[in-house]
Design a protein around this ligand. Structure first.
Ligand code: THU
Length: 161
């Protein structure tokens, strides 16, 4: 029997003030765009903003529906938009933030499992890691160099070929 080891490291900053100017700008945009979420059922408003390898900026917010499973997360709205407007262009950095009608937004929240799956396949398709910046409206900031590191032992397209 062998034991395989999976190691995962990420950076933790005390606040947005410790980021470089471009990362801080992107995170501020994500914080602002979370206002555009349509989340009347959860009241959990998520904003995502990315800088693509061609320099374009793309945003996404979560969009809910009375038929709950029809709702879609901010990250997948963003990836679908990026891929539709600029097919095969890598996402360099993706900032994600959130606010709640009632409740604090003082710590980073990481992408859900389905979004991790989508992020993994996007990276694999364009052959470039997506750097994540995660933070609430205030407080600590996590920076993760490769989104797919959040999904060890992923199920990938290679199984289907
Ligand atoms: N949500 C996102 O937009 N991104 C995530 O990674 C986590 C969850 C949304 C989905 C739903 O509209 C609301 O947050 C509460 O789950």
């Amino acid at each position: 029997m062998n034991t395989n080891n999976y190691q995962f490291s990420y950076q933790v900053y005390d606040s947005i003030d410790e980021l470089n100017a471009e990362d801080a700008w992107l995170l501020n945009e994500a914080r602002e765009v979370s206002q555009n979420a349509y989340a009347p059922y959860s009241n959990f408003l998520v904003g995502a903003v990315a800088k693509l390898a061609n320099g374009e900026i793309v945003a996404g917010t979560n969009q809910e529906n009375a038929s709950y499973p029809a709702g879609i997360c901010a990250e997948r709205v963003l990836l679908s938009t990026a891929s539709s407007l600029y097919p095969n262009v890598p996402v360099n950095t993706l900032a994600i933030s959130y606010q709640q009608a009632e409740g604090l937004s003082d710590h980073p929240v990481a992408p859900c499992g389905i979004c991790r799956q989508s992020l993994q396949e996007f990276e694999s398709r364009v052959k470039q890691p997506i750097r994540l910046i995660l933070s609430g409206m205030e407080g600590k900031v996590f920076v993760i160099e490769k989104a797919s590191s959040l999904l060890p032992l992923a199920f990938t397209q290679s199984e289907l070929l």
